[in-house]
Design a protein around this ligand. Structure first.
Ligand code: B12
Ligand code: SF4
Length: 523
């Protein structure tokens, strides 16, 4: 029986098993047998992503899976619907694996599918626990669903371990960090557990339980540098000290305000492992603000260069957290793209409403500095804040187009439940949709203002057209479209903005959507 690598510490990195047979079977090799007389308890984790497949693998589920199998006497299996978004897949998986406990990860956008998966699992008589951003922000509602026995708040590892340890030992009661419903229907509200102090002590994500080759093939984070590059996502820190009103305090509830980072050694070790195991040529940090701690970044760059692997990489950060010298250090260590939240070109929206805390001058300056160091810039922008005028949106589009950035992501502003801006809108009396598939940055807003949804969508398409048809982008667009994988990745991104009727439809989606609206909309 193989066990998970105990920690991410360099000395304890274990040899890679072959992914092929291991995936969806767990590493113990235990197979489902009728009754499974001598088998260890089996925990199934589901990642019900039915929309917007991407090369970004579910890092949360993968880390949780690795942690649970390292700390509990259980086998862990994972069902990820990213590349096969059929509810039947979950049914087949549960039939085949017959798990004893089922955990489901849910963002707000995945809620409908997550709840349906929970019902399917519950019908098999197993205990069901949920976690991720949505259960963290709305456990009060979800815990009253008959198909859910516990909602894990925020960082999942330690709380889930405590929850399952109790359940496996036959205990049924409150657990720190979770809302729990006991067998007699009593609900025990949870309070947040303190964050894990030493993130290096976490095991490496359970890549073997996911189809990493599919993720690598779909990965497009560095397409503007070189399409088709083999890459994966990495996360070096948790928590964000900033106060953007469209994001906080949700992120605080997830991981806290204090930035907790893994050591640079530990992160570089993971990257080397990924290189040895998956032949990666690049990676992307999904950290919210990668450059918050300058000393950390400098040390990381030194260590990365010392590997001699010549990997290219990217990260997201705030425009005021990346001084020219740091940009140089990072570029010398292989930085080829940086994602920067510009959000809006107008002060009234960016500062007055979003509380971003970054000036347009800082954004413009940083984009130019990046360009001068050969680093592509991806700008994150939002359109359609409550009360935002057409003129303000057009100013954002024009400003973004005028900057020497290679990519732009024009999201629709979505008030994420639990955030300051969402609360403000509720207090101001905005009518908010109870259909959670409307909380979709790519395509839909859950409210309608003076500018109709249809018109807003037209403005969003105009933004993309305007930005990408500008000669400054011709080079990166041609490069991205010049290879099969680059064209595929471009196609996936385009699908997010094409008119609804042209996108492939999932006939089951409407039913799942209606169900999520029914359940969650009661509140
Ligand atoms: C990278 C990222 C993405 C990537 C990849 C997502 C992925 N494959 O996991 C992409 C670009 C695809 C993405 C898309 C979206 N994202 Co996003 N994303 C992030 C980001 C920056 C990091 C996620 C991450 O990897 N975290 C690290 C891991 C370790 O944490 P984690 O996944 O949360 O998992 C931990 C816990 O949540 C918990 N947990 C997770 N799953 C489970 C399951 C169980 C059973 C249990 C018990 C616990 C548990 O334990 C884990 C370990 O501690 C977060 C912000 C953040 N800092 O977390 C936003 C964030 C998660 N995204 C967000 C949003 C809104 C979206 C979109 C809906 C945007 C949109 N299009 O409208 C889409 C959703 C797409 C979809 N189909 O679901 C919100 C979620 C808010 C919400 N209430 O749902 C966040 C919090 C950002 C924000 N503040 O607005 N995202
Ligand atoms: S948007 Fe980014 S910088 Fe702002 S609070 Fe959220 S994670 Fe932090």
């Amino acid at each position: 029986m193989t066990t998970a690598p105990a920690t991410r510490r360099p000395a304890q990195r274990s040899a890679a098993p072959s992914d092929a047979g291991e995936r969806e079977r767990g590493r113990s090799g235990a197979t489902a047998q009728p009754g499974r007389p001598n088998a260890r308890p089996k925990v199934a984790l589901l990642f019900p992503r039915f929309r917007y497949p991407s090369g970004d693998y579910p890092l949360g589920i993968a880390t949780l899976a690795a942690y649970l199998r390292a700390h509990l006497p259980v086998d862990v299996v994972v069902c990820d619907t990213t590349f096969d978004p059929r509810m039947e897949r979950i049914v087949e998986f549960l039939d085949r694996e017959a798990p004893d406990l089922v955990g489901i990860g849910m963002s707000t956008l995945m809620l409908g599918e997550g709840l349906e998966a929970a019902r399917i699992a519950k019908a098999r008589g197993v205990r069901v626990f949920v976690g991720g951003p949505h259960p963290t922000t709305d456990p009060e509602t979800l815990i009253h669903e008959t198909c859910i026995d516990a909602c894990v708040l925020g960082e999942g590892e330690e709380t889930t371990r405590a929850l399952l340890e109790g359940w496996l030992a036959g205990r049924d009661g409150p657990v720190e960090g979770a809302w729990v419903k006991t067998a007699d229907g009593t609900v025990h509200p949870g309070t947040r557990r303190a964050g894990i102090k030493d993130l290096d002590a976490l095991p490496a994500p359970a890549w073997d339980l996911l189809d990493m080759e599919a993720y690598i093939a779909a990965w497009g984070q560095l397409d503007s540098h070189r399409p088709g590059l083999r890459g994966v996502n990495v996360m070096a820190s948790r928590g964000c000290p900033f106060e953007c009103s469209f994001c906080q305090p949700v992120l605080d509830a997830m991981f806290g305000k204090k930035l907790r980072a893994r050591s640079p050694e530990n992160v570089v070790d993971e990257i080397v492992t990924l290189h040895d195991r998956y032949r990666i040529e690049g990676f992307w940090f999904t950290d919210d603000t990668f450059t918050t701690n300058r000393k950390w970044v400098t040390r990381f760059c030194e260590l990365l260069r010392a590997t001699g692997l010549d990997l290219v990489w990217g990260c997201t950060t705030r425009a005021n957290l990346i001084a020219p010298e740091l940009m140089r250090t990072m570029a010398d260590a292989g930085l080829r793209k940086v994602g920067i939240g510009m959000e809006s070109a107008t002060e009234r929206i960016r500062e007055g409403m979003y509380k971003k805390g970054v000036s347009q001058e800082e954004i413009t300056h940083t984009v130019r500095v990046a360009r001068d160091h050969g680093v592509h810039v991806l700008l994150f922008l939002m359109l359609g804040a409550p009360g935002e005028t057409r003129r303000e949106m057009l100013a954002t589009i024009e400003m973004a187009t005028s900057l020497p950035a290679s990519e732009a992501s024009f999201s629709l502003f979505v008030p994420i439940p639990g955030t300051d801006l969402w609360r403000q809108m509720v207090d101001e009396g905005w009518r908010m949709s109870r259909d959670y598939t409307d909380y979709d940055y790519y395509a839909k807003q859950p409210f309608e203002g003076p500018i109709s949804r249809r018109e807003l969508r037209m403005i969003q398409r105009w933004a993309y057209l305007r930005f990408y048809s500008h000669p400054a982008r011709w080079g990166s667009v041609t490069r991205a479209a010049s290879t099969r994988s680059g064209a595929k990745s471009l196609g996936r991104k385009l699908l997010r903005i094409v008119p609804h009727g042209l996108a492939p439809r999932d006939p089951g989606m409407d039913a799942r959507t209606a169900e999520a609206a029914r359940i969650v909309g009661r509140g």
